[in-house]
Design a protein around this ligand. Structure first.
Ligand code: PLP
Length: 422
């Protein structure tokens, strides 16, 4: 086999991939939808957003949908709607985008991190129960890099302890858990649809739920215009001002794009699923790297494979670091550059440990806690090992075998010649 490109050998990747990685896909339909809103001067209205919500409910099969200006806001509203308030705790995984959990501080509440499953990169249900206290109100699960969290045991624990489950579906719109649509299994599903996500609208987010009370509370938190329409008399008697002191209405340029994107979404994620499953099928048996996807017979799927990941097994490559492995693969002419690890671990960040954001005289993380629940280095050994055990892989949007085959060859060449890198 040829020398690694890193050392001057020929590059495995020669074919121009064209738009195989381009995302979001914007067509004349998106442009026209945006221009229509602009020309009417309707950027701050709600008519397009309300139509978008109808379509979201139809797509997910949910009874309620509420659009927000960001996913972070949708998740925060979901937390408050679930009753998370001063002194309360939520449980979440540590390796995620901060918008899964950090906004809980603004409610005077805090987060306790549970361990993650190293195969799925989602919250380990076996670890959740030991984290529950009298103050726990909700579990935020993240279907991380589109892998569905194991929801059955999570819902069983939540039922037993009367906790609410918020699904953060930002990575996994359209994915299935045992045949069920992600976002509809917990009490509320909340998600980002910013432009990088697999369902991309511009900046934006929304929540979906079957529970009218949760919908109405979320609306009262950041959508004061909707308060007069709510049935809950406690909420509509406060009409005129949002209970959260936030304004979370979606920008209608985003709802206009979101409508077009959602209409084409099923077709687009089908093409992604075909491409990514082909990539992993071809990669099967490559030492040092494993697919991050559920087994075919599980009836669980990866939606749009947002920020696709692979699992890295250094022991099979003589202990080669994942960083060095990525460097060598990228040198083979990779257009979608792969990176070691994933999101930084929240539990080790200064904002989680030291910063007094609201002037309480102590770190915000523990400002209203009855104990010091900070989790220092060594507290979550499985989670802390993950940055060495996962890597991003090319996120193919189209099934083009000749292009994908070259990427597979690049990974395989590096895996076979790993000794050159040690
Ligand atoms: C993107 C993202 C969010 C936050 O969404 P924004 O729309 O950027 O506010 C929350 N959770 C996860 C897991 C995300 O990836």
């Amino acid at each position: 086999m040829a020398e690694l490109a890193l050392f001057g050998g020929p590059k495995e990747i020669q074919i121009d991939g064209g738009d195989i990685f381009r995302w979001p896909i914007i067509t004349a339909d998106d442009e026209e939808a945006v221009l229509e809103v602009l020309r009417r001067g309707a950027m701050s209205g709600s008519d397009v957003t309300l139509k978008f919500e109808e379509e979201i409910m139809k797509y997910f099969g949910s009874s309620y949908a509420l659009c927000h200006n960001t996913g972070t806001a949708a998740i925060q509203s979901a937390m408050w709607a679930c009753g998370v308030k001063r002194g309360d705790e939520i449980i979440c995984q540590s390796m995620t985008y901060w918008g899964s959990a950090l906004q809980v501080f603004s409610l005077g509440a805090t987060v306790v991190f549970g361990e993650m499953d190293p195969e799925t990169l989602t919250l380990d249900p076996n670890d959740v129960e030991s984290r529950i206290t009298d103050r726990t109100k909700a579990i935020v699960v993240v279907h991380y890099s589109a892998y569905p969290t194991d929801m059955d045991p999570i819902m069983e624990i939540a039922d037993r302890y009367k906790l609410k489950v918020i699904e953060d579906v930002s990575h996994a719109q359209g994915g299935l858990y045992k045949g069920r649509m992600l976002g509809t299994i917990g009490h509320v599903g909340a998600m980002s649809i910013m432009s990088g996500k697999s369902l991309p609208s511009g900046e934006g987010g929304f929540l979906i739920t079957e529970d009218k009370e949760l919908y109405e509370r979320a609306a009262a938190f950041g959508h004061y215009q909707r308060m007069p329409t709510l049935d809950n008399s406690d909420l509509n008697s406060s009409s005129g001002m949002p209970l959260g002191g936030y304004k979370y209405r979606m920008h209608q340029l985003s709802s206009a794009v979101g409508r077009v994107q959602l209409a084409k979404y099923s077709e687009r994620i089908e093409s992604i699923q075909r491409a990514m499953n082909y990539f992993w099928d071809e990669m099967e048996g490559t030492p040092g790297i494993r697919a991050h996807r559920p087994k075919a017979e599980s009836k669980s799927t990866m939606g749009g494979w947002y920020a696709a990941k692979g699992l890295y097994v250094a022991e099979e490559l003589g202990g080669l670091s994942v960083t060095r492995f990525c460097e060598a693969v990228n040198a083979e002419g990779v257009e979608y550059r792969i990176m070691p690890g994933a999101n930084i671990l929240m539990h080790l960040h200064p904002v989680m440990n030291d910063v007094d954001v609201y002037g309480d005289g102590c770190p915000t993380r523990i400002a209203f806690s009855d104990r010091d629940l900070r989790q220092g280095l060594g507290s979550l050994p499985v989670t802390e090992s993950l940055p060495e055990k996962c890597l991003s892989v090319p996120w193919f949007k189209h099934y083009r075998r000749e292009v994908i085959d070259e990427y597979v060859s690049a990974f395989q060449k590096v895996a076979r010649r790993y000794k050159d890198l040690l």
